[in-house]
Design a protein around this ligand. Structure first.
Ligand code: FAD
Length: 476
């Protein structure tokens, strides 16, 4: 392999691949991507199940921004964009399953009069939530103005404005199910940028959620879970398309090559499992702990930006044959409240109900065939609960029982046609309070180093929109 490049990108996840594409667009000639595992894509990868390649990680992107549609156009795959079935998502609460309230942000209701919100909360809980519409907002105005930012958690804002029940029943299932985070320590500014400014401007959290949804081009009546888009063939085809574009642009992509050390200089020197390489410019596009490991060797001060390790998550995919699943009894999927003790899964996606391409591919095999995806591993889980470290057999058996409990359909082991388990460790970095300020201090420190950049979800926030937008901003 060639030993010297104008730019080397460390990490072949979506941040690394888009970084390489951005560098080429900016005119950087010789670009290489080094990926430690045997495939690129990171969290945007495929898994083989029942003869199809389904998403092993990310399966959609938020449609609140034009960032992903524009990237798809550049890659020539805009025609593959699809929308999910608008059936919406459900919640499993201790009282039973119900459609998820038409909420906008992190499960926080933008309409306290919506039927589903009223159904989810007790009379006292609803009354407490409605205090949000009257309570003075001055305290939050002061917090917003304080130097160093408001330093608030999601839970703090929700409990203050709407009470504990809204947090427990509506917000925690979303935050732990989607963000693998604990709302008590999840940084508000990172996961809901601009929300607090709106709370202060609108005078209530509910009105702020409503206004933020409208500003993002959504309506409060839109079903939860429907403000996303996908790709026919799965989001993993975004990785395939990026790799094709990079190949067309003569970008060198090496898999099974991990960078083990970085020595800054002119040029920078990289030690890798495939030998020594040099580059004029380096973009670190790995997970946070690896980025800190590499940078701290050049300056120990980077150690103080080491992120909290994200929680481990196990995703169990079940392909099952059962005629009653055709009715999609829980819409496109379910988030399970941690207060529900007899279901270990934190979420279930009825993938074949959500995405037409999966439905059609499986129906071609058998008209009753469905794909269910269940996730395990909450940050708040007590030891012994099923999760990242559990054996495949236990996870698959639990997934079948949980799927039956969630859907209300008697699924039997004989109904399983195929199954698979994918594990993600720390792949959903957890933004704790003050994250935004730490990231900006890290970036200031990094700017002192010549020709070194860092991108990725640990800095940008979880999600394809955040990650791709940040790459474009950092490298443009
Ligand atoms: C299960 C799951 C479901 C998700 N669902 C969605 C979704 O539906 N919608 C959405 O928008 N987002 C979703 N996300 C989040 C989104 O996928 C991520 O935020 C995003 O893909 C992160 O990209 P990244 O490049 O920052 O990190 P990663 O994908 O983690 O990529 C980092 C890469 O760096 C490589 N690497 C690490 N160390 C080295 C080294 N020393 N040398 C070389 N390479 C190295 C890794 O192997 C990896 O490939 C999901 C994430 C997970 C885990």
């Amino acid at each position: 392999m060639s030993k010297h490049f104008d730019a080397i990108v460390i990490g072949g996840g979506i941040s690394g691949l888009t970084a390489a594409w951005q560098l080429r667009k900016n005119g950087t000639a010789r670009v290489a991507v080094l990926e430690a595992t045997n495939h690129c894509g990171g969290c945007v990868s495929g898994q083989s199940i029942a003869g199809l390649t389904a998403d092993a990680g990310a399966e959609s992107y938020a449609t609140r921004s034009a960032v992903i549609p524009e990237l798809l156009t550049e890659l020539g795959i805009a025609d593959k964009r699809i929308e999910p079935n608008p059936a919406g998502a459900w919640l499993v609460l201790p009282e039973g399953a119900q459609p998820m309230p038409r909420t906008g942000i992190l499960g926080i209701p933008g309409d306290l009069e919506a039927e589903e919100t009223i159904q989810a909360l007790s009379a006292e809980g609803l009354q407490r939530a409605r205090e949000d519409l009257e309570k003075p907002i001055d305290h939050w105005r002061e917090r917003l103005a304080q130097p160093g930012g408001p330093q608030a958690s999601v839970a703090e804002l929700v409990v203050d404005r709407m009470g504990q029940e809204v947090l427990d029943l509506l917000v925690t299932p979303v935050v732990s199910g989607v963000h693998a985070a604990d709302p008590q320590t999840l940084d508000l500014e990172t996961v809901a940028p601009g929300l607090l400014e709106r709370v202060v401007a609108e005078g209530s959290l509910c009105a702020a959620v409503y206004a933020q949804r409208l500003a993002a081009g959504q309506t409060v009546s839109g079903k939860p879970g429907s403000a996303v888009g996908g790709l026919a063939g799965g989001m993993n085809t975004l990785t395939t398309a990026l790799l094709a574009k990079l190949a067309e642009q003569d970008v060198v992509v090496h898999t099974d090559v991990a960078v083990t050390a970085l020595e800054l200089g002119q040029p920078h020197r990289l030690s890798t499992t495939g030998g020594q390489l040099t580059a004029e410019r380096v973009v670190v596009a790995t997970d946070g702990p690896t980025a800190v490991d590499l940078l701290a060797a050049t300056d120990a001060e980077f150690e103080k930006y080491r992120p909290e390790p994200g929680t481990g998550v196990a995703l169990v995919s079940l392909v099952v044959d059962h005629p009653e699943l055709a009715a999609a009894p829980r819409g496109t999927g379910v988030l399970v409240s941690p207060l529900v003790k007899d279901i270990d899964a934190k979420a279930l996606t009825h993938a074949s109900a959500k995405w037409a391409w999966i439905r059609d591919a499986l129906a071609a095999q058998n008209p009753d065939r469905h794909l269910l995806r269940l996730s395990y591993g909450r940050i708040s889980d007590e030891p012994g609960r099923l999760g990242y470290g559990s054996e495949d057999e236990k996870l698959i058996a639990a997934a079948l029982n949980d799927a039956a409990a969630i859907t209300g359909i008697e699924l039997q082991p004989a109904d399983i046609v195929d199954s698979g388990v994918v594990r993600w460790l720390g792949a959903l970095p957890f933004a704790t309070i003050g994250h935004r300020e730490r990231v900006s201090a890290f970036r200031k420190k990094l700017a002192e180093l010549p020709r070194v950049d860092a991108v990725g979800a640990w800095l940008a926030g979880t999600g394809l929109v955040a990650v791709v937008a940040d790459v474009q901003k950092t490298l443009s």
